[in-house]
Design a protein around this ligand. Structure first.
Ligand code: PGA
Length: 250
């Protein structure tokens, strides 16, 4: 029922030319894939190049962030209509790097989410605890607070459009993946929280895992009942590793 989604977060990597090459390789290597969705989130400056490269394929173009206003005097920001115009189908919101380095809070995540849900874009909302929060036993509370704040005011139709990404901060870019069991435990907690708020529709929501997803751990992660896909950073920058992840064998 929940179609698996593998999304590559390119972060601040690739010029337009390099992006085109990577997108082409992924498109060619993924032609046989029909039972799962694949998204790629290049930096803003490469959206047009990637859009052109993947036109007519099943690949989904995604952005890494978005502002909540439609337009205006917001130097350096990009709006929902701009992303739609660029050919995006999805957008990442509240990535931990935005929270850590750029002042993102649950309140700003919520503003972005509301703007995205008023469009036809699909949001990928990121949540996850730091190492310190996990070691002090607060990981459930922290993630529940992120959900309560970030998803505030979410309606049932909205719920059916969102995708969540659980990304423990201690696993991002560190090579230290959460074990499939730890990830499953958190995903099941998140789904339980959603059920408490929204009832059975929580079963429809895709929850991706992110944090050092690699070709050698994707199969085990995808075997977990509540892991519906992956948000991949470092390993999405090379076609071979990203294609192996896309071709996970559950
Ligand atoms: P990583 O990044 O795969 O390099 O750990 C994941 C992410 O930040 O989305």
């Amino acid at each position: 029922m929940r179609i698996p989604l593998i999304a590559g977060n390119w972060k601040m990597h690739k010029t337009a030319g390099d992006a085109r090459e990577l997108a082409r390789a992924v498109k060619e290597g993924a032609v046989d894939v029909s039972d799962r969705q694949i998204a790629m989130a290049p930096p803003f400056t490469a959206l047009a190049a990637v859009a052109e490269e993947i036109r007519g394929s099943r690949l989904i173009l995604a952005a890494q962030n978005v502002h909540w206003e439609q337009k205006g005097a917001f130097t350096g920001e990009i709006s929902v209509p701009m992303l739609e115009d660029a050919g995006c189908g999805m957008v990442i919101i509240g990535h931990s790097e935005r929270r850590q380095y750029f002042g993102e809070t649950d309140a700003t995540v919520n503003r972005r989410l509301r703007a995205v849900l008023a469009s036809r874009l699909q949001p990928i909302v990121c949540i996850g605890e730091t190492l310190e929060q996990r070691e002090s036993g607060k990981h459930h509370t922290v993630v529940q607070q992120q959900l309560a704040g970030g998803l505030d005011g979410l309606t049932r139709p909205g719920l059916l459009r969102i995708i969540l990404a659980y990304e423990p901060v201690w696993a991002i870019g560190t090579g230290r993946t959460a074990s499939p069991e730890i990830a499953q435990e958190m995903h099941s907690m998140v789904r339980g929280w959603l059920s408490g708020e929204f009832g059975d529709e929580a079963q429809e929501v895709r929850i991706l895992y992110g944090g050092s997803v690699k070709p050698d751990n994707i199969d085990d992660l995808m075997r977990q009942p509540d892991i519906d896909g992956a948000l991949v950073g470092g390993a999405c920058l090379e076609p071979d590793s990203f294609l192996r992840i896309i071709h996970f064998r559950p």
